[in-house]
Write a protein that binds this ligand. Structure first.
Ligand code: NAD
Length: 472
């Protein structure tokens, strides 16, 4: 007989609780309370209040997990969630109403509507890099759409997971919103159960595991995954803005951003000037020694620190390359002369390392991108409209920014999501509400008259039927 450790006892206790919690959520969902829009708005307001009240604790947790500055923590995590809450609270009544759509004369006499039904019980699994935003943002959408929710924060950002758990448990009954903390075992336990929708953010590798688990029950999914997001720099650019916007997008959260520019392809004519300016910009942003800057974060853990230092073995380091194991610090690092077969060009970098490649012909860059998995984001810096149009038309990516990096994620009028290996589905703003709602097509047929033509025995000629069906 094996002796159970405290940890394994805790895990098995938790695993037993999972089916019970889901069953309780199903019962709660059946009460129809979550279908009441006023109830949903009230819950969103309660969540908003709790986040504002706990702002200091969230700052501290993000500092502990990722050494995120308050500015970045607010700008990329707390503020984004509060803005989403405000938007959904403000618009929910309008969005949740059944939407009247046209009905053709063929169906005379009837009216048609799209109902936005909640799915039921939703599972949300989050990663560690924006641990607050990436759990809370889908939660807001799921609540707004009228679902019950099971949450799994990332175990790799434990301080933030703890604060979020305290917030959720302080605000919601677990029959409505429940949190399960833990790693792979907990996730695997959660994925054994049946849900009505699964929203997963994380790596493509785990995304495939989640998709397989969902397929067993035909559960619909959103998969927000990763990949290598290219950044193309034409010769016709605004040098200063290009340098600043690339360096910023690469070094926010020290490159641990799903849509960070992974590598850059620079036109040969501007290569030297751009690299020189980017090096200056790094110093302007973070000083001579970024390790001393309060605005420069740290690598999440030792595993990723080691992975990243291994990736630095390829090519030639032309800037940075400084590391401090104890501090999990890696300086902004540029690498030239990488080979497409090098690990740094094979896997998503997810750190402050930027491989730089040079091109003469844009078709070569487009072919390079199209020969690989579809990226989550693509960046193109150019003043040449034709060139921008060519790149956008001839490549496929989850999203894109022109003459900037990351910024398309911040506009909630745009859907955010991947394509191919970078993901399935999208969210943010109204897209979040739509994502967590089933669109039920409803036709309401009048009882004022009843056209006999459709009933057997069929007496109408085929040619009349053909004429009528042209009006569908
Ligand atoms: P991950 O896939 O390792 O983990 C994500 C979640 O899945 C965590 O909660 C983890 O506990 C769980 N998990 C891990 N292994 C599992 C398994 N075998 N079975 C079931 N669940 C498992 O990802 P990560 O390291 O936390 O995050 C980094 C990745 O996420 C990067 O690839 C990044 O690009 C991607 N990402 C994507 C987005 C997006 O919006 N598209 C945002 C942030 C991060």
């Amino acid at each position: 007989m094996s002796v159970m450790t405290d940890h394994s006892a805790e895990i098995s206790g938790q695993l037993i609780q999972i089916p019970q919690t889901i069953a309780a959520q199903r019962t709660f969902f059946k009460s129809n309370l979550t279908k009441d829009v006023e109830f949903r708005i009230e819950q969103l307001k309660k969540l908003r209040k709790a986040i504002v009240t706990n702002e200091k604790a969230i700052f501290e947790a993000l500092d502990k997990d990722l050494k995120k500055s308050k500015f970045e923590s607010y700008g990329t995590e707390i503020g984004i969630v509060l803005a989403e809450l405000d938007k959904l609270i403000q618009n929910l009544k309008k969005w949740a109403r059944p939407k009247k759509v046209k009905t053709s004369i063929f169906h005379f006499k009837a009216s048609s509507y799209i109902y936005k039904d909640p799915y039921g019980v939703v599972l949300i699994v989050a990663p560690w890099n924006y641990p607050f935003q990436l759990l809370m943002l889908p939660l807001v959408g799921a609540i707004a759409a009228g679902n019950c929710v099971v949450l799994k924060p990332s175990e790799m950002a434990p301080a933030t997971a703890k604060v979020m758990t305290d917030i959720i448990e302080g605000v919601f009954d677990e029959r409505y919103v429940a949190v399960f903390n833990g790693g792979v075992e907990t996730s695997t336990g959660l994925l054994k159960e049946r849900y009505d929708y699964i929203f997963f953010t994380g790596s493509t590798f785990v995304g495939k595991i989640v998709y397989q688990a969902a397929a067993k029950h035909l559960t619909p999914v959103t998969l927000e995954l990763g990949g290598k997001s290219p950044c193309i720099v034409d010769k016709d650019i605004h040098l200063d803005y290009t340098a600043k916007r690339i360096v910023w997008g690469k070094l926010v959260n020290v490159g641990q951003t799903c849509i960070a520019p992974d590598y850059i392809y620079i036109h040969r004519d501007v290569k030297d000037a751009l690299i020189t300016r980017m090096k200056e910009v790094i110093q302007e942003f973070y000083g001579k020694d970024p390790q001393k800057s309060k605005d420069y974060g740290r690598i999440i853990n030792e595993k990723h620190f080691k992975r990243l230092t291994n990736l630095m073995q390829a090519g030639e380091i032309i800037h940075g390359g400084n590391t401090d194991y104890e501090d999990k610090y890696i300086s902004p690092t540029f690498i030239e002369g990488v080979n497409p077969d090098d690990p740094v060009m094979q896997e998503e970098i997810f750190g402050p390392i930027l491989p730089i490649m040079v091109y003469d012909d844009i078709d070569d860059v487009i072919n390079f991108i199209n020969d690989r998995e579809k990226p989550l984001a693509l960046y193109i810096f150019s003043k040449n409209e034709k060139m921008i149009d060519k790149v956008l038309t001839e490549t496929s990516s989850g999203g894109a920014s022109i003459n900037d990096t990351l910024m398309h994620i911040g506009n909630d009028h745009l859907p955010f999501g991947g394509v191919g290996e970078s993901g399935i589905g999208a969210y943010h703003g109204e897209f979040s509400f739509e994502t967590f709602s089933h669109h039920k097509g409803v036709m309401n047929k009048s009882l004022a008259l009843d056209m006999p033509i459709r009933y057997a025995p069929y007496k109408t000629s085929l040619s009349i039927l053909k004429q009528l069906m042209k009006r569908m």
